[in-house]
Design a protein around this ligand. Structure first.
Ligand code: MN
Length: 338
């Protein structure tokens, strides 16, 4: 059971009461959970007569564009002046689904200079406790969206939940658990989802189709290419990885968001314990780690690849070339017991 201490709820209410304009910020490469959390908080706070803006460090993926309010979001990478201005016109900062400001990329320096109170709502391990004035850190929560549902409920605001709040929270829980395939052993993950369906009058099949079955043809062809040409299986079938270059992404006209979930195909092979996606970006190689059972990808990503995340899902960065990054990874893996 996720029980939020009453004194924290009291503090939050106090901080919200004192604020007039609230900025809600997501992490980079925003996913369903960070966007769902941000939009839901935005609509909730508007119901409490606050002015709100959602700021994202970079592009919102295509599969989330059906959500209400998505067009109002300020994108720092597209419109940096507006993003910075919006932030500094606010008197309260809410960080959702991340717990250390480097997770906002280049936007983080602006967060550093923000003068009002900073509140964090998140479910990743090891929060940067000194940075925030108020933390809601619940690692056991399936998603930040689920945590926000409990926060709303335990604050006595459940009656404020309408479709605009329920739908993004449901999308956040659904996507962060891989449609209830992981981080979903607590029955509250389901009871929270059920309550959101009820309160928002949500249509589950419609939402599922919009999120998962709404890709362009080129994305599926690119996926086929990744699986047939770019999948490498090593360590007697225990480890599988896919590596993707900028050129290949250009060739298939796919973007960052289109690679969401590609790493899971590597993990779908029987016997594979660890799967990795290496993706070439402008200034670095981005790594996505997934593990099946005991291998702690959070620890691994933190120790060797400037990243972190969860036990079974984590991200990292390498500033070496693709070739050197893969070399470093395979060498490390040879020495590690899986
Ligand atoms: Mn999350």
């Amino acid at each position: 059971m996720i029980r939020i201490p009453e004194n924290k709820i009291f503090q939050l209410k106090q901080i919200v009461q004192d604020a007039t304009k609230i900025a809600i910020v997501s992490h980079t490469n925003p996913d369903g959970d960070t966007i769902g959390s941000a939009l839901a908080m935005s609509y909730l706070l508007r119901k409490l007569d606050k002015k709100t803006s959602v700021i994202v460090p970079d592009e919102v993926p295509e599969f989330l564009t059906f959500l209400t309010g998505i067009n109002e979001i300020v994108n720092f990478s597209i419109n940096p002046e507006l993003a910075v201005e919006t932030l500094h016109q606010s008197d309260l900062l809410l960080c959702v689904d991340f717990n250390a400001t480097h997770r906002t990329g280049k936007f983080s320096t602006h967060l550093d200079s923000f003068s009002g109170p900073k509140v964090m709502i998140d479910h990743h391990i090891s929060p940067d406790e000194h940075y925030f004035d108020l933390l809601f850190s619940f690692v056991e929560s399936s998603s930040t969206s689920e945590l926000i549902f409990h926060l709303i409920q335990q604050s006595g605001w459940e009656n404020l939940i309408d479709k605009d709040i329920a739908q993004p929270l449901f999308v956040g829980i659904m996507t962060d658990t891989g449609s209830y395939a992981h981080s979903a052993d607590r029955s509250e993950v389901f009871t929270s989802s059920a309550r959101l369906i009820e309160l928002g009058g949500l249509k589950v099949k419609e939402i599922h189709d919009l999120v998962y079955n709404n890709f362009k043809e080129n994305r599926l062809r690119f996926l086929g290419f990744c699986i047939s040409e770019k999948l490498v299986v090593i360590k007697t079938g225990l480890v599988a990885y896919i590596w993707v270059t900028k050129n290949e992404m250009e060739r298939f006209s796919v973007n960052e968001g289109d690679l969401e979930g590609v790493v899971n195909y590597a993990l779908s092979i029987a016997g594979v314990e660890l799967a990795v996606l290496f993706k070439e970006k402008e200034e670095h190689i981005k790594l996505s780690f997934r593990s099946r059972k005991f291998f702690d990808v959070n620890k691994f990503a933190r120790a060797y690849f400037n990243g972190g995340g969860h036990l079974h899902a984590a991200g990292g960065k390498s500033f070496d070339s693709m070739e050197l990054t893969i070399q470093k990874f395979t060498k490390l893996i040879e020495e590690i017991e899986l």
